[in-house]
Design a protein around this ligand. Structure first.
Ligand SMILES: [Zn+2]
Length: 294
């Protein structure tokens, strides 16, 4: 059996720095299979899902959720990922089958696929009347840079984020990332040390491909060898929350007239969940049943 994905939260420098490290290989592979993704779209959606998982795990309650959407002018179209605290993650991409040549650095051209004339939208539903919404224009469409801008501008939290997906035509080899945040009492000395570490550390997908453990990665990035684990045994998974009832609600919202028309024409309605491709069939009898509920 393949090893499960995992995620761990740490504090470094006596609580002045927090870092969460994730391995999301299976999560991204699951998305690749569900949506029949190409290497380019696997890398793009995989980075988005990994970032969304990193944000989701910091939610306060299991009922909360975070939705991250990227809408831009690249050939991939729009992408969306949703996570809860667990984190259970689900994702969707508009054009899953596009494939681009490698960029001038010999890397998968995520920025080219996403495009940079667009926005990153983050919607946090934390049980309040109105959800929290943060929007930033994209920097490069490479996703990690775009999230970094979001943290700087919308959350005013000095952060560093790295996201990596190693994939070829046979599937995802490794995926993961980290999110590091500085607490207000982090000293300039600590900041300089971390900046230097990040500069000299290879890309996260390279580190993961060397099979480094999450603890090692956290120490490597922060430069603190007495790093403290504050949460472990976190297993991100791909899971959709769609149900027959949810789609039924959608049909109810069409209104009585439209549903009566469907019965008249004898149309069966097949609805498909965008996140997991599960199909829900509503035949004449079922639609009649729904009408009784209106
Ligand atoms: Zn679903």
């Amino acid at each position: 059996m393949k090893e499960l994905d995992s995620m761990k939260k740490y504090l470094a420098y006596e609580g002045k720095v927090s870092i969460t490290v994730i391995e999301s290989t299976n999560l991204v592979e699951e998305a690749r299979k569900i949506h029949d993704l190409t290497p380019t779209t696997t890398a793009a959606l995989g980075r988005l899902m990994t970032a969304t998982a990193l944000l989701g795990v910091d939610l306060k309650s299991m009922d909360d959720s975070i939705t991250v959407q990227i809408k831009s002018d690249g050939p991939i179209g729009s992408m969306i990922a949703v996570a809860d605290k667990f984190p259970r993650v689900r994702a969707y991409v508009q054009n899953p089958h596009i494939e681009l040549p490698l960029n001038e650095k010999g890397k998968i051209d995520v920025g080219g696929a996403v495009g940079k004339n667009g926005f990153l939208n983050i919607i946090k539903d934390i049980g309040l009347k109105e959800p929290y919404i943060g929007i930033v224009p994209l920097v490069s469409g490479e996703i990690a840079e775009d999230f970094a801008k979001y943290f700087a501008e919308s959350e005013q939290k000095p952060s560093a984020i790295a996201l990596g997906v190693l994939v070829d035509k046979d599937g995802v080899k490794k995926a993961g990332g980290y999110l590091l945040s500085l607490m207000p009492d982090a000293t300039d000395e600590i900041v300089t040390k971390i900046e230097k570490n990040i500069e000299k550390t290879p890309q996260i997908s390279k580190i993961l491909s060397e099979n480094k453990k999450l603890d090692e990665i956290a120490s490597l990035i922060t430069g603190d060898h007495n790093i403290k684990i504050i949460e472990e045994n976190i297993t991100p998974i791909y899971e959709c929350n769609c149900s027959y009832e949810r789609f039924e609600k959608g049909l109810i919202s069409l209104g009585r007239e439209e549903l009566e028309e469907m019965i008249k024409t004898g149309e069966n309605i097949e609805t498909v969940c965008h996140f997991c491709n599960k199909k829900y069939l509503f035949d004449k009898e079922k639609i009649k049943g729904i009408l009784k509920k209106i």
